[in-house]
Design a protein around this ligand. Sequence first.
Ligand code: 8DG
Ligand code: MG
Length: 311
Amino acid sequence: MAQPLLVSAAALFNEQGQVLIAKRPLGSDQGGLWEFPGGKLAPYETGLQALRREIQEELGVEIQGARPLIKIHYTYPDKTVLLDVWRVQQFSGEPWGKEGQAIRWVSVRELSQFEFPAANRAIIRAVQLPEDYMITGDFADQSEALLRLQAALERGVRLVQLRAHHLDAEAYRQLAQSALEACKKAGASLMLNADPALLDQVDAAGIHLTGARLMAARKRPVPVGKWLGASCHDAASLQQAERVGADLVTLSPVQATASHPGQAALGWQNFQNLVNGALMPVYALGGLGPEDKNRVFGLGAQGVAGISRYW
Ligand SMILES: Nc1nc2c([nH]c(=O)n2[C@H]2C[C@H](O)[C@@H](COP(=O)(O)OP(=O)(O)OP(=O)(O)O)O2)c(=O)[nH]1
Ligand SMILES: [Mg+2]
């Protein structure tokens, strides 16, 4: 296969948390579609060097701080691109369309309303999703679960998976309804680790499929506009997640954990190789906490998911 075209691009954020998008000129590749500004690496440039140069050339701003957001290897009918996307929150200068292109600041929610090249689907998810994904752990009763949830929301958690395999369907539904109210008040998204049909009764952000539900799914089990998450452990489950249109996945166990004794750990090298082949944001799960985020960003992951260190 031909070498992929190496491209660096920036998700540039302003202080209001809006992200900058630019319109590709008509007549260019993917012309007329919106994009994250950036461009092709010159020979011998690193991704970050190309990013700095392209953002200066296209927007007239100087990047002061950037971290890896997501890498997407995507094959179009005529070419394969490797898009190396960075999250840029510190820069100097006021961006303007130096090459005559239209630019706009939009909220991350609004991003879904603009037309982007096909490779950008996963990038948009990565821009919209937070760095931490809390999975609920043990609790004695509903009130303890809600207290722990409330405390986590106050610590800043914005994506929560309600995992409670010991509850029957009715007890789970009741807890999910209360958890949803708490999450909505905090501006957080709630993922139900449950039968996708429960979304008809509990208007949560989405469904997180267990490994077994993922492998049994034939098509995307949730409507557009809801998130679909899935638990992956290897290349086959990542491929299946891609096939059913998952928006995000957890990949585990990166390290051995007390909650899943006896499961062999992937280790960092396998984790990185699997993330490189994934076409959606990947959360590292298994024995990790917030202090591991910088390491996992460097390996191409969205962030860290966890029970023990978050619950
Ligand atoms: N910059 C950017 N390119 C994208 C995005 N999504 C996507 O599929 N691409 C593709 C389109 C192009 O084939 C390639 C980027 O090339 P480019 O045209 O921006 O390269 P460049 O800025 O160096 O442009 P030029 O010097 O060739 O005019 O990656 C995106 O969000 N941003
Ligand atoms: Mg460009």
